[in-house]
Every structure is written in structure tokens, then in C-alpha cells.
Write a protein that binds this ligand. Structure first.
Ligand code: GDP
Ligand code: MG
Length: 604
């Protein structure tokens, strides 16, 4: 690997357009993995990624082809992970933009293209799946031209037609990458600068960083410094992944690889940091925007005594995914837990699954909430990441409440335009523009731009969008700041005891319907008691919905005849055992079986 000209590239695409399959073919053809094993999705190494078919963490692999080192940096393919995409692309010079030749340009194609352009990457469009009978390469080329790419033959961004499945055309992709590699003669004479774009903790090796060397040469034994902290380290080990880690002792300009330094703590390997030789002074490389959580949810252990283990697992997982924020919180019903911040709901889902799969945690997750904002009269602002932080007494004029909004672009075939407008209206959307796009491709597509509260988007918006458009609508959104909003905190009481885990902050217009529905669900899971149980939904001290459960005396021996004492005793014993097995959550004198309570918690 030493001294080869090198190029770093990423594959970017709308989900399912064939990014992972193309990566597999490239790895096979360059001998990194044995050929003919089928769809291996080598880069998607985490179980959750394989199951869901999405790539979450970025990974880097180095391949050799015709005397050139090709560094592939994989990127996630979902809008929730735009932060990861942007950070992976920071380490690249080239982006292969994969477009399904049957499906054409989709919303994610455009968003990843935008990120790649913002990073000044050279774009090589790849029309994939040309083996499919439905493939329409000419139509898709026209679409790419419509979005401003010069894809014609001899064009600056000439497209390559491939089938990642059969391997047809993939060699041309390698050839184009090789032509794009620089020899870095000049870069080698400059002071070394390397961007840290991933890091993790390895139980045997300690802290490992993944870095892209922009200029100069980095060797084992070098004394290096972090531009962010000024701390100095010694390079103890250095190499590339091919795809297994290979120690090379050196990384040169254009190369991407791992390095081990004598870092004590994960926090020292800050992602986005620039490393340089300790005796030099360099300008730090341009990092990327740090992530801002857009969705919060609390995670509790199913059994309170498991909290330390859960917290430990969360901490370790969060070190592996720096876009997650962690804070402790507690609940009267659920005990000690953590409130976590995520980039979106899929991100939350993936984190939850990783906690279960990789760390064996049994957890429950509260309904997602967005960061609301309170501005006090004196102008001070704070974020409400949890319903518990909602100001208790909020009199008009004393503070202003605001909620985050997004600017969403919805694309769908013309026939679904009516139901999509209805959906956005139901979710408090404000329409900004609508365009009927003929394009050169001839198929009439509608492109609508809406401003929507983020809180509406993180609920079941995507599910409805897909089901009401038979899967044809695509939706993509970006942060659009905050807007003043009439928000209330909706709480639930069982016999006067608050059920804090169910409290939500929501728009006033949704409070009554939500309050009624949740009160009804709660009534269904509360076991009858020897006294009447009132279930109330309240805003402040105003009851907006109420359900009541009549008193009932449960007699387990009622069904038994005669006076067989031992049989009665057995029956009573069974009931006791049942209680032990079925853990319960208590609200004052009322106990709800945990299972049932969780079903209500998860039903939102
Ligand atoms: P990703 O989400 O972009 O990583 O997409 P994948 O690589 O997981 O591919 C999505 C689906 O398309 C999988 O079922 C692949 O087998 C299939 N696929 C990928 N490339 C091709 C291709 O060139 N031809 C055909 N027919 N199917 C392909
Ligand atoms: Mg994939």
C-alpha cells in the first residue's frame, strides 16, 4: 500500500439504488473479498444494518487497482443520518452517485448530491440496474441533466452504466477512479494534515481513529498533536482496512486508514479534529457541522436494578455514535433512565435496536418528543427536551413557546397530489409552493414544498405518506428554525397519581383527541380495584378527558365448589406466583402489569 497514488471516494445514493451491492462488486474485483458469494453487503457490518438494509456507521476500506489505492468510505443512505454522510464525505475527493436506472432520481439522490457539491467533490454518476427490463437509462440521464449534471459522453460528469448485480460496467467505474487519483507529489512536501472522521473503542487496541490524510506523510512513531486540544500523542500503530485491518506503518496524502495513539479516553479522538505533526503549525482542516438533536426519547431498563448496566451500554454506544446526546432522568413509575437526543426517528430506532442486539439490554423507550423552546420575558431561552421540563405555570405573556419546524419537499406522481395535500394539512402543514415537473423524462411529477412542525413529522407521518401514496411519495426535510406555537403539556392521572411517563407536550389543537384516546387505552389496561378508579387527562388543572373504572372485588376462589381447602390454597398460591412473575408498575394504590403499561406507552 505504501507510496501508491491514492484517491478517496464515497458511494452516495437513494436507499435501495444499489450502493452496497456496488461496493461488494468493487471489493470483489479488487480482490478484497472472494468473488461469487452473492450479495454480501460487506460494509454493512452491524446486524441492525443488515436487517434493515441500511448503512448507519461509516466505514472505510482500501482497495488496490492498477497501482492505485482506492479508499472507499461508506456513507449511510437515510435522511436521518445526513450528519454521518457529511462527515464521511469530508474525507473524500470523489463521489459515485448511484441512481437506479429504473426508478430514476429520487429525493435522497438530490439531498446527497447537494451535500457532495457543498464539499466540492468530483461527481461520477453511475446508472445502476441496467440489467432490469424496466431500466430507462436515457430517461434517467435526462433527469440528471435536469438537476444540473453534465452527464453526456465526454461531459465533465459523464455517466457510467452498470449492473452492480452482474458486474457489467463496474470495471469502467474502477478505471475512472484510477484516472482521478493524484500522485500527491506536492502534497507530500507539505506539512502533514489528517482529518479524524470516525473513532471507536476497541477492547484490545484501545482508542482507534479513522483518519484521512490530506497532505504529507504520517508514520508509526511520529509525535502528533490534536489541533482541537493541543494535546500530543505518539502514533503507536497505523494502517489501512482491506477489509481487515492491515498494519502499514505509514499513511500518505490521499490515503485513509486507522491509527492508534496513546489516547486514554474516547473523547480525545474527537471527530472532525485535525491531526498534525507536533513540531508544525497548521491551519485546521474544515470539519463539518456538529449535529443537533431533533428528536428526544427516554430509555428505561425493564427492571430498575439494571440501570447501571443500561447506562454503561448507552455510554459505550454513544461513543460509537457521536450524534447521540445523553442525559439522566428519572420517572416515578419507571425509576432511573436516560434521556437521549437523536437526529431523527429512524436514528432512534436503530439505536434502540443496537442496545438490544449488541448489548443485550431489555429496555422501554418513551414516545419521541422534539426540542421545544421557551423564551422568558427577560429574553433568556431554554430548550425543553422532556415534558417534565415544561414550565408548570405558564400565564399568557410570561413566556413564549416555540416549536421546531422543517421545510419539507414532497415528491409524488400527479395522481396522489390530493391525498398528499390532505395529509400535510392534517399535520398542520403550511404550503409554500407546488410545481408540476415535466422534466425531460416526460413523467408528470409533483413537487410540493411545505413548512411543517417537526413534532408532526416524527410521529407516524412517514407511514401515512407511504401508505396513502402506495409507496410512491418521497419526502425529505431540512431544519427551518423555530416558530411560535400554542403548546400545552398533557398529563395523565390514575386515581390522582400522575403517570409521568405518559405526559406529552403538544399543540393545543391536538390535545383533546390525544387525551381521550390515551385515557381510553389506559382504562383498558388498569385492573379493576376494590374502589373506583378515575383516569384523567389534564392540562394544568383542567380535566379534558375522563374515564372511570367501576369497583370490583375479584375472588379467585369463586369458581370452586365445596370446601376442598388444599385446592383453594393451591389456587391462592398460584395467584401469588403469577404476581411475582408479572412485574407491575404502581400508581398510588393502583398497580398495572408492566406488560400492559408498556403496550400503552408504545401505542403512541
Ligand atoms: P442500497 O440501499 O443502496 O445499499 O442498495 P442495495 O445494494 O442493498 O440494493 C438494493 C436492492 O437492489 C437489493 O435487493 C439488490 O440485490 C438490488 N440490486 C442492486 N444492484 C442491482 C443491479 O444492478 N441489478 C438488479 N437487478 N438488482 C440490483
Ligand atoms: Mg446498503
Amino acid at each position: 500500500f505504501d507510496a501508491l497514488p491514492a484517491v478517496s471516494f464515497s458511494i452516495i445514493a437513494h436507499i435501495d439504488h444499489g450502493k452496497s451491492t456496488l461496493a461488494d462488486r468493487l471489493l470483489e474485483m479488487t480482490g478484497c473479498i472472494p468473488a461469487g458469494v452473492g450479495n454480501r453487503q460487506v460494509l454493512d457490518s452491524l446486524k441492525v444494518e443488515r436487517e434493515r438494509g441500511i448503512t448507519v456507521k461509516s466505514q472505510a476500506v482500501s482497495m488496490r487497482w492498477q497501482g492505485t489505492l482506492l479508499n472507499l468510505i461508506d456513507t449511510p443512505g437515510h435522511v436521518d443520518f445526513a450528519y454521518e454522510v457529511s462527515r464521511s464525505l469530508s474525507a473524500c475527493q470523489v463521489a459515485l452517485l448511484v441512481v437506479d436506472a429504473a426508478q430514476g432520481v429520487q429525493s435522497q439522490t438530490l439531498s446527497v448530491l447537494r451535500i457532495a457539491r457543498a464539499r466540492n467533490l468530483r461527481i461520477i454518476p453511475v446508472l445502476n440496474k441496467i440489467d432490469l427490463p424496466a431500466a430507462q437509462p436515457d430517461v434517467v440521464l435526462a433527469q440528471l441533466e435536469d438537476v444540473g449534471l453534465d452527464v453526456g459522453s465526454g461531459g465533465r460528469e459523464e455517466a457510467i452504466s452498470v449492473s452492480a448485480k452482474t458486474g457489467q460496467g463496474v470495471e469502467e467505474v474502477l478505471a475512472r477512479l484510477v484516472r482521478g487519483a493524484r500522485t500527491h507529489k506536492e502534497a507530500r512536501r507539505q506539512d502533514m494534515r489528517a482529518l479524524v472522521f470516525d473513532s471507536w473503542y476497541d477492547p484490545y487496541k484501545g482508542v482507534v481513529a479513522l483518519a484521512s490524510v490530506y497532505e504529507g506523510t504520517l508514520r508509526k512513531g511520529d509525535r502528533i498533536a490534536s489541533a482541537a486540544s493541543g494535546k500530543t500523542y505518539e502514533v503507536l500503530g497505523i494502517g489501512v482496512n482491506s477489509p481487515e485491518p492491515v498494519s502499514t506503518g505509514v499513511l500518505r496524502a490521499g490515503q485513509v486508514g486507522w491509527l492508534m495513539m496513546n489516547m486514554k479516553d474516547m473523547s480525545e479522538a474527537a471527530i472532525g479534529d485535525t491531526l498534525h505533526h507536533a513540531h508544525t503549525k497548521v491551519e485546521p482542516l474544515e470539519g463539518f457541522k456538529p449535529s443537533v438533536p431533533m428528536v428526544y426519547a427516554a430509555v428505561y431498563p425493564l427492571q430498575a436494578q439494571d440501570f447501571p448496566k443500561l447506562e454503561d451500554a448507552i455510554t459505550r454506544l454513544a461513543l460509537n455514535d457521536r450524534s447521540v446526546t445523553v442525559a439522566r432522568e428519572s420517572s416515578a413509575a419507571l425509576g432511573q433512565g436516560c434521556r437521549l437526543g437523536f437526529l431523527g426517528t429512524l436514528h432512534l430506532d436503530v439505536f434502540r435496536q443496537r442496545l438490544e442486539d449488541e448489548y443485550g439490554q431489555s429496555i422501554l423507550v418513551t414516545a419521541p418528543t422534539v426540542p421545544f423552546r421557551v423564551t422568558a420575558q427577560d429574553g433568556t431561552e431554554r430548550t425543553i427536551a422532556s415534558p417534565a421540563e415544561f414550565p408548570a405555570e405558564l400565564r399568557a405573556g410570561h413566556a413564549e413557546l416555540a416549536e421546531p419546524v422543517v421545510r419539507g419537499t414532497l415528491m409524488c406522481p400527479e395522481e396522489y397530489v390530493g391525498s398528499m395535500m390532505e395529509l400535510c394539512a392534517e399535520h398542520r402543514g403550511e404550503d409554500l409552493s407546488i410545481e408540476f415537473d415535466e422534466g425531460k423524462s416526460g413523467k408528470r411529477q409533483v413537487r410540493m414544498v411545505y413548512r411543517l412542525p417537526l413534532a408532526e413529522v416524527v410521529t407516524d407521518f412517514f407511514g401515512k405518506l407511504k401508505s396513502r401514496s402506495s409507496g410512491f411519495a418521497a419526502f425529505e426535510y431540512e431544519d427551518d428554525g423555530y416558530t411560535a406555537s400554542d403548546l400545552v403539556k398533557l398529563s395523565f392521572l390514575i386515581s390522582g397519581t400522575p403517570v409521568d411517563a405518559l405526559a406529552v407536550v403538544l399543540h393545543r389543537s391536538k390535545a383533546v383527541a390525544t387525551g381521550r384516546a390515551m385515557a381510553r387505552k389506559l382504562r383498558d389496561v388498569v385492573p379493576r380495584q376494590q374502589f373506583e378508579v378515575a383516569i384523567q387527562a389534564v392540562i394544568g388543572n383542567k380535566v379534558i378527558a375522563r374515564e372511570s373504572l367501576k369497583a370490583f372485588r375479584k375472588d379467585v376462589t369463586a369458581g370452586l365448589y365445596g370446601g376442598d381447602y388444599t385446592r383453594k390454597a393451591k389456587q391462592l398460591g398460584k395467584q401469588k406466583e403469577g404476581k411475582k412473575r408479572l412485574r407491575a408498575v404502581s400508581f398510588g394504590r393502583v398497580q398495572i402489569p408492566q406488560e400492559a403499561f408498556l403496550s400503552v406507552l408504545n401505542s403512541r
